[in-house]
Each structure stands twice: as structure tokens, then as C-alpha cells.
Write a protein that binds this ligand. Structure first.
Ligand SMILES: *[C@@H]1O[C@H](CO)[C@@H](O)[C@H](O)[C@H]1NC(C)=O
Ligand SMILES: *[C@@H]1O[C@H](CO)[C@@H](O)[C@H](O)[C@H]1NC(C)=O
Ligand SMILES: *[C@@H]1O[C@H](CO)[C@@H](O)[C@H](O)[C@H]1NC(C)=O
Ligand SMILES: *[C@@H]1O[C@H](CO)[C@@H](O)[C@H](O)[C@H]1NC(C)=O
Ligand SMILES: *[C@@H]1O[C@H](CO)[C@@H](O)[C@H](O)[C@H]1NC(C)=O
Length: 648
């Protein structure tokens, strides 16, 4: 559908009707549909603030739009109120851009998602008030100085996702007002310094996802992109940053150099960037530290090979040094982290954490995937008075115990392979941090303690004296859970016990009686989907919710023991699986078989016996017949005579 939207391309002459049309987003809007030609209609979308005329043209038969380059034939729609015009030529398969007819109201043009490769000279010379222009996702590979002419007011230019590998120094010579320029995803191999230089107002430059290998923002004479505030050079092939990279006293506030191949940064390379607030050097290969400008607030240095902490300025608020080679905490004597709010040092090789200087503003601390073997004593309200979120996942901690009071909203302790049991009082010193200090009720914390493959035991007193608002102990190796572990009905934000090999015996009947009805009736019922028995075998994989609302204490009855002599079949989660009924069936079947067998045996014996008797009788008969024959031979004639006499 979107591909068929077309703007003012065709002669806007026959306004036919007003219709209500449902927009693509499903929002009901009052479109004004204007028939433009045989194949196209133009729809006018009312602008929310009423200052713009937003036009779209729907063309039903794209094959018939042949000479789309013929833009000079376009007639702009009537615009009696002199509204500014925003128009988009998106997804039409345009290959050539024609010259646009005069209109001083046109403010924004989008040619995104076409296949534009060529253009007529000076295509925009009659739309002098154009401030926003997009050629994103086209096939432009070369730009000439006659493309961006007479649009001196242009402020926003998007050439992203094209095939441009180089520019002519005169290409943008008229674009002095451009503030935002997007060149993402082209084929540039260097920063097009000379061509961009005329854009003296340029503040935002996106050069990400090109093949740039050299970071150079100033010419040899020291002139550079001096007004630039935000520069994106991520996902290029830059190898080093030197003291010649940036012009002196530049205005850079944000610099993204992530995902390059940087190994070398000269020690004072960033010092000319006296306004730099955010520096992203993530995903490079940086080993040695360098100096940071005093203005820096956000430092993203993750996924590098730092062995030592860089020296951060005192205004630093956000440090991400995750996935480096750090083995210890920063040097507290030379760093002032008074303003630090977020510290992420996950994925390093830190064995000990000993904070002596208070981090009064820190609210997120991530020390996951390090080499901590116990919960550091330094994790206390005293040193971290504002902490809300603590991540300790993936550390080789075998024993959970918080020595000091720790006030938190969220505690993450998942993926701890060494953890086998959680002892009494493990979390007793963790106190929930309420939204509002005065609100007693909300002083509970969220605990994520999942994916600990060896964790098979949680002692009843683990949460003694503390309040949990959410408990996730899914994907552990738990077979049992004490009923009195928590006041379950006050764990309001969810209880996830899924993917554990629960032993479904009488000990766990309380789950069926209390927990399941509670979860079933809240919007946490999805947490019952994979709450299943791991043992005994007869119940393996059976969902606990199967017993929801059973009148008898199902897991306490021995019914399943009568289920079959081999204990092999699995009860289905349906009401028909009554074990008693099943054993009766088996009994009847066994009796039937026994009876049949008896009958068969009796029958065989009878047959054998009968046959023996028959043989004896036959033998006797034969003998009798023989003696009769013998007798006949002796006095047979007389007997025959007697017989004949009798017959007559
Ligand atoms: C548009 O441009 C004309 C001249 O090119 C100028 O007179 C007019 O003020 C401009 N209109 C707006 C809204 O900028
Ligand atoms: C990072 O540097 C090391 C040596 O310093 C090298 O062996 C490794 O290949 C580099 N990695 C990348 C992605 O360039
Ligand atoms: C999980 O617990 C069972 C006993 O209940 C044990 O045999 C098994 O080794 C445990 N798994 C792990 C990964 O510790
Ligand atoms: C349901 O879930 C939402 C968040 O997903 C939560 O704000 C709301 O309190 C929950 N309602 C109940 C009854 O648990
Ligand atoms: C469970 O039982 C309760 C009370 O006996 C009843 O209100 C509820 O509807 C039953 N739920 C289901 C799913 O059977």
C-alpha cells in the first residue's frame, strides 16, 4: 500500500469527492480524496497543528506511470490558505528525478525508498522555501553541483542508504543553512571534509555505516567543521584517533565512534573537544587510557581491552566500562564520582569491590559477570545511599549474605552457577526502596534469582525481616520451597517459579492450595504455564495448575501409586485422569484374563480327558467286534439261520 502513495506528481485538476477513509495506522481520519488522473488519486491528510498541507497520491497502476521524470507537468493542489506543503514520493520505483514546478509553499519533500540514480539539472530551483529533503534509500552514487541549487534555506538533508563514495567540493556550496545531514550507510572512505565545509551551520552529521578509515575533521590549515555538535562515525573502519583529528575549540557535544577498529588513541586526542558531553568508544580494541575532556558526562567504553580505568572528570554521570579487562576498582584518590549516576563494570575480572568514598548519586550499579565470590561488604546504604538497581548476575558467589543494610528497588542475581542454596537471613539486610519514603507499603524490592542451575534449596528464613514485591526464581534446580518463605499474597508484582523440577508431593500441596489460586486470579496467571512437576515420575511434566480447584488434597493422596504396576503412564491435565477409576479398570481386566485362562485350561483338560476315554472305548469296541468275528467263524451258520427265522 505504502509503495503506492504518490504526491502532487500528477496534474491536480479534478477534485471529485470528499470521503472518509481509514488510515493505514488504523486511526480514523478525515481524508480529502482528490482524483488526479486515470490511475492516481491524491489524498490530503489534515495536519494536527493545521499549519501544513500533507498530500499523498495513491496510484493504482504503477505500470502506467511511465514518464515519472516529467515533474514539471505537476500542478500543485489549490492551497488558498497558503499552508506549508509536505509531500512524499515514497516507494514508487522512480529512477529519475524531474524538475519540480514552482511553489514557494513547499517545505518538505521525501523521495525515500525509490531507485533514483539520475536527475534533471536544478530540480529544486523553483521550490525555494524547501527546508527538508530526503533521498534515503535510493541508488544515488554520484552527486553533482547542479542538484542542490537554489534551495539555500535547506536545513535537513538525508542521503542515507545510497551508494555514494565521494563528493565534489562544490556539491553543497549553496547549502549554508543545513543543520542536519545524514549520510549513513553509503560507501564513503573518508570524511568528506571539503564538500561539507560550506555547511557552516551544520550541527548534526551522521556518517555511520560507511567505510571511513581516517578520522579527520580539520584540514592541515586547522580549519574544520567548527559548528558541529553531534557526530556519528560508528560502524566504520577507523583505526586511530590523533591530536590532529579534531579542530581546536570545536563545539562537539556527542561523538559516536563505536564499532570501529580503534586501537590507538593519542593521549591528548580528545582535549580539543572542550564541549564534549557524550563519548561512545564501545566495541573497539582500545587498551591504553588517554585523557578525557573536563566536560564529559557520558562515557561508553564497553567491549574494549582496557586494563586500567581512565581518569574521568568530576562531572561524569554515566560510565560503561563493561566487558573490558579491569581487575580492580578505580583509584578513589584520583577520581571524584560525586555526580556519577550509572556505573556498569560488568564482564570484567574484578575479584573485590571496596568502596571507601561515598557515591552519593549512584542509582544503578552493574558488577555482573565478574569474579566476586561473595557479596562485597561495601555494598551498603552507607556508601551507596541512592542505589536503586544492583546487578550481581553471573558471579561465582556460593553464599548469599548482605552484611550491611542495602536499600534497593531491584536486585539481579541470576546465572550464578556456584550457588547451591540460599541460607536463612540471606536477604534480611536488603530493604525495598519505596517511590516515596513516607509510603510504608511500597518498601519492597524486586528479586531476580533465576537461571542458577545448581540452586536447589532456599531456606525458610531467607527473607526474614524484609519484603519482596516480585520474586523470580525460575529456571533453577528447585524441588521444594518452604510455604513460610514469604507472605505470598503480598508479593504483588509476580511470583515466577517456572522451569524448576518441583517434587510434587504432599510438601508442595500448599502451592496448589494457596499460590495457584492467587496467581490464577491475578494477571500473573501466565506464570502458571510452565510451573510443572519434575518428579515423581508419574507426575513428571504435569502442570501444577492441573490440580487447581480439586476438592481433595491431590498431591497428598497416594492415588497415583495405584496407577499401574510399572508407574509409567503420565496423567493428562484433564479431569478424566482419575487414578481410582484407572485401577478398577486394571482389576477388571486382570480378573477377565484370569477367568479366560482358567476356562481355557479346564477346556483343554476336558478335551484331553475326553479324547483318552474315546480311545479306550474304541479299543474295547474293536476287541468286541474281533471276538464276534471269531465266534462267527466257529458257529456262524447257525446264528444266521436263527436270525433269518426271527426276521420272518
Ligand atoms: C518563500 O520564499 C519567498 C521567496 O522565495 C519569500 O518571499 C517568502 O517569504 C518565503 N516564504 C516562507 C514561508 O518562508
Ligand atoms: C585487537 O588487538 C589485538 C592485539 O592488540 C589483536 O590480536 C586482535 O585481533 C584485535 N582485534 C580486532 C577485532 O581488531
Ligand atoms: C539438580 O538437582 C539434582 C537432584 O535434585 C542433582 O542430581 C543435579 O545434579 C542438580 N543439577 C545441577 C546442575 O546441580
Ligand atoms: C496487572 O499488570 C499490570 C502491569 O503489567 C499492573 O500494573 C497491575 O497492577 C496488574 N494487576 C493486577 C490485578 O495484578
Ligand atoms: C474454582 O473454585 C472457585 C470457588 O469454588 C470458583 O469460584 C471458581 O470459578 C473455580 N475456578 C475454576 C476455573 O474452576
Amino acid at each position: 500500500m505504502r509503495a503506492h502513495f504518490f504526491i502532487f506528481l500528477f496534474i491536480v485538476s479534478h477534485c471529485v469527492s470528499d470521503e472518509d477513509v481509514k488510515s493505514e495506522t488504523g486511526v480514523e481520519e478525515n481524508y480529502k480524496l482528490i482524483k488526479l488522473s486515470e490511475v492516481c488519486t491524491c489524498s490530503e491528510i489534515p495536519d494536527y497543528d493545521g499549519t501544513h498541507l500533507v498530500l499523498n497520491v495513491l496510484c493504482s497502476e504503477l505500470d502506467r506511470i511511465e514518464n515519472v521524470a516529467d515533474l514539471d507537468k505537476v500542478e500543485w493542489p489549490p492551497n488558498p490558505n497558503g499552508l506549508k506543503i509536505s509531500a512524499a514520493f515514497e516507494g514508487l520505483g522512480l529512477t529519475t528525478l524531474g524538475k519540480l514546478p514552482p511553489n514557494s509553499q513547499v517545505e518538505s519533500l521525501r523521495f525515500s525508498n525509490n531507485a533514483i540514480k539520475t536527475y534533471w539539472p536544478d530540480p529544486f530551483s523553483d521550490v525555494p522555501n524547501l527546508t527538508k529533503l530526503s533521498f534515503a534509500q535510493n541508488d544515488l552514487y554520484v552527486i553533482t553541483p547542479d542538484l542542490f541549487t537554489k534551495i539555500d534555506r535547506l536545513e535537513d538533508l538525508d542521503l542515507s542508504y545510497n551508494k555514494i563514495s565521494d563528493f565534489n567540493p562544490l556539491d553543497f556550496k549553496h547549502l549554508r543553512m543545513v543543520k542536519k545531514f545524514n549520510l549513513q550507510s553509503n560507501q564513503l572512505s573518508k570524511v568528506p571534509l571539503e564538500s561539507i565545509m560550506p555547511m557552516t551551520a551544520l550541527e548534526h552529521l551522521d556518517l555511520s555505516k560507511n567505510g571511513i578509515f581516517d578520522l579527520l575533521l580539520q584540514r592541515t590549515d586547522g580549519v574544520g567543521l567548527s559548528s558541529l555538535k553531534r557526530l556519528y562515525l560508528n560502524s566504520n573502519r577507523i583505526r586511530s584517533v590523533t591530536k590532529h583529528s579534531f579542530p581546536a575549540d570545536n563545539k562537539l557535544e556527542l561523538l559516536d565512534l563505536s564499532n570501529n577498529l580503534i586501537e590507538i588513541i593519542e593521549e591528548d586526542a580528545f582535549l580539543p573537544c572542550t564541549n564534549l558531553k557524550e563519548l561512545n568508544l564501545g566495541q573497539n580494541n582500545i587498551t591504553l587510557v588517554f585523557e578525557l575532556p573536563a566536560s564529559l558526562q557520558i562515557a561508553i567504553f564497553k567491549i574494549n581491552t582496557f586494563y586500567h580505568w581512565p581518569k574521568f572528570p568530576s562531572g561524569i554521570k554515566y560510565i560503561d566500562l563493561s566487558y573490558n579487562r579491569l581487575t580492580s576498582l578505580y583509584d578513589e584518590t584520583s577520581n571524584n564520582f560525586q555526580n556519577l549516576e550509572i556505573l556498569n563494570i560488568g564482564g570484567n575480572q574484578i575479584k573485590q569491590l571496596d568502596i571507601q568514598k561515598i557515591l552519593s548519586n549512584l542509582f544503578i550499579l552493574d558488577i555482573s559477570y565478574n569474579l566476586l565470590t561473595e557479596i562485597p561488604k561495601t555494598l551498603s546504604e552507607q556508601y551507596l545511599p541512592s542505589l536503586e538497581e544492583l546487578r550481581l548476575d553471573g558471579n561465582p558467589i556460593a553464599n548469599i549474605y548482605f552484611n550491611n543494610v542495602m536499600v534497593l528497588k531491584t536486585l539481579h542475581m541470576s546465572y550464578m552457577d556456584k550457588l547451591m542454596k540460599v541460607d536463612d537471613k540471606a536477604f534480611s539486610n536488603v530493604v525495598g526502596r519505596g517511590e516515596d519514603e513516607t509510603e510504608e507499603q511500597s518498601n519492597c524490592f524486586y528479586l531476580y534469582l533465576s537461571n542458577c542451575q545448581s540452586l536447589s534449596e532456599i531456606h525458610v528464613g531467607a527473607f526474614e525481616g524484609t519484603t519482596v514485591c516480585m520474586l523470580d526464581v525460575s529456571k533453577n534446580n528447585l524441588t521444594n520451597l518452604p510455604q513460610d518463605l514469604l507472605p505470598w499474597s503480598s508479593v504483588s508484582a509476580g511470583i515466577n517459579l517456572q522451569f524448576n523440577p518441583w517434587h510434587c508431593s504432599c510438601d508442595l500441596q500448599w502451592m496448589v492450595d494457596q499460590l495457584i489460586p492467587y496467581l490464577y486470579n491475578t494477571n500473573s496467571s501466565y506464570l502458571l504455564d510452565d510451573l510443572r512437576c519434575g518428579s515423581p515420575r508419574a507426575y513428571q511434566h504435569l502442570r501444577l495448575v492441573h490440580w487447581y480447584n480439586w476438592t481433595d488434597r491431590a498431591m497428598c493422596s497416594n492415588g497415583y501409586l495405584r496407577a499401574g504396576p510399572h508407574d509409567t503412564y503420565i496423567l493428562e491435565a484433564s479431569t478424566e485422569g482419575n487414578p481410582f477409576h484407572m485401577s478398577t479398570m486394571t482389576l477388571i481386566l486382570s480378573i477377565s484374563i484370569a477367568v479366560s485362562l482358567t476356562v481355557a485350561v479346564v477346556l483343554i483338560i476336558y478335551l484331553v480327558v475326553t479324547r483318552k476315554r474315546y480311545r479306550i472305548r474304541r479299543a474295547a469296541l474293536n476287541r468286541k467286534r474281533q471276538s464276534a468275528i471269531d465266534a462267527k467263524h466257529t458257529n456262524g451258520t447257525e446264528k444266521e439261520q436263527y436270525a433269518a427265522l426271527n426276521r420272518t
